[in-house]
Write a protein that binds this ligand. Structure first.
Ligand code: AMP
Length: 406
């Protein structure tokens, strides 16, 4: 294989995010986003490394049109999809079930399996599939690699992955805990080990991926042993718009007493809960502004968010037995000093503390924010899912040899 570039595609239901990376040096040649696909006011933003960012507004009726618009922008920068430099296209695929434990070169059987998993990922897998099929049509000769959000979590033991419900019923409907954000948890746990100057195999890390979606994971020696999201990304932490953990009986109660349908409750728990349901805002910056101004609803929302986070830190401390580091990542984790401070406040007994000065410093790179003599390192480790997808894609197509792939 001669090319060293990898195009990473993250296809959502109404958006496509893309990055073109050069794997010789990890450089980003172009970054872009097409949003509001199939809606009015579609928009493309494209930022080449060697030039001005460009924005286009106009109709983008479907993913095919979105990827063609992306391809046209890349062409303008001399980075077109026809280039022999392009080694592969790496796709983020949200649900890989139990079968996909590794990144996988896409063929018809792989596409069929991703399709079979639609019932457990109805919002994500259809869009991911459309992205792959559209990219295949654009470059049929190129290896397309699926990198699964669930893959990192397939090492969870059955004791963590199973719900305590009737085994036959669970298995018949593939009901179990799969976990998500795996590409981020894998990357961040490895980068945390690197920050500590130790091998990933020797380090136990609690990763807190706190974005609009949020999840925690317990990683022992580089392998995930528990994570907070479950059958779907609804379980676990309080998120921007998702409730996280609730008593399942809340659903029956809302059906029987509240007269709500399953779809209405689905929307309630996924879109009108979490921070936005509690206080009307899901952006942590705005919530903190309101808290600082004495807003009680925002204050309660913040406290509920932190309380849940602390419970997971404690739970995963117990799961791991020994913890070397707690790593904060994603939009909130990387940027919100008050969240980090509040999450570990009072956990000195577990060896956890943040240094106020270090925590307040803003920066781009991975950094420690715990006091120098802390028993457990607390770190801010920026996630980079695109780089991880590109690296896994590139490694796979190089390992596989050239004969079937190019
Ligand atoms: P993500 O899903 O990782 O892109 O994270 C998005 C979320 O990060 C937003 O909804 C905000 O709540 C949060 N966020 C982004 N920037 C900041 C910031 N400077 N301070 C606090 N929260 C932030």
């Amino acid at each position: 294989m001669s090319g060293s570039r990898v195009l990473v595609l993250n296809s959502g239901s109404s958006s496509v995010k893309y990055q073109l990376l050069d794997m010789r040096d990890g450089g980003r040649l172009a970054v872009g986003l097409v949003e509001r696909i199939g809606e009015s006011g579609s928009r493309l933003k494209h930022s080449p490394a060697d030039g001005e960012s460009r924005e286009r507004n106009g109709s983008v009726p479907d993913h095919d049109a979105a990827l063609k618009a992306m391809a046209a922008e890349l062409d303008r920068d001399g980075l077109g999809l026809g280039s022999p430099e392009l080694a592969a296209i790496g796709h983020r695929v949200v649900h890989g079930g139990l079968r996909f434990t590794e990144p996988t070169v896409v063929d018809d059987a792989v596409l069929a399996e991703i399709e079979r998993l639609i019932p457990v990922a109805p919002l994500h897998n259809p869009a991911n599939l459309t992205g792959i099929r559209t990219a295949q049509a654009l470059r049929p000769d190129l290896p397309q690699v699926a990198v699964f959000d669930t893959a990192f979590h397939t090492t969870m033991p059955e004791s963590a992955a199973r719900y305590a419900i009737d085994v036959e019923t669970a298995d018949a409907h593939r009901v179990r805990r799969y976990g998500f954000h795996g590409t981020s948890h894998a990357y961040v746990s490895r980068e945390t080990a690197r920050l500590l100057g130790r091998a990933p195999e020797d380090v136990n890390v609690i990763v807190l991926h706190l974005g609009n979606g949020a999840s925690a994971s317990a990683v022992r020696g580089g392998r995930c042993v528990d994570t907070s999201m479950g059958l779907t990304p609804l379980e676990g932490l309080v998120m921007g718009t998702r409730s996280g953990d609730t008593d399942p009986a809340v659903i029956f109660h809302l059906m029987r007493v509240g007269g709500m349908s399953a779809d209405e409750i689905d929307t309630l728990l996924n879109k009108r809960s979490g921070l936005i349901g509690l206080c009307g805002d899901n952006d942590m910056r705005e919530i903190r502004r309101r808290v600082d101004a004495g807003d009680e609803r925002a204050g309660l929302a913040f406290d509920i968010y932190i309380h849940r986070l602390k419970k997971y830190i404690g739970a995963y401390y117990a799961v791991l037995g020994r913890v070397d580091a707690v790593a904060f990542t994603a939009g909130v984790g990387e940027n919100s000093a008050p969240v980090r401070e509040a999450a570990v406040a009072g956990l000195e007994g577990l060896g956890l503390a943040v240094d106020g000065g270090l925590n307040a410093v803003r920066g781009d790179g991975a950094r420690l924010i715990s006091p120098a003599d802390a028993r457990v390192a607390v770190a801010v480790v920026p996630t980079d899912e695109e780089m991880e997808i590109a690296a896994q894609t590139y490694a796979l197509v190089n390992d596989s040899g050239n004969q079937n792939l190019t």
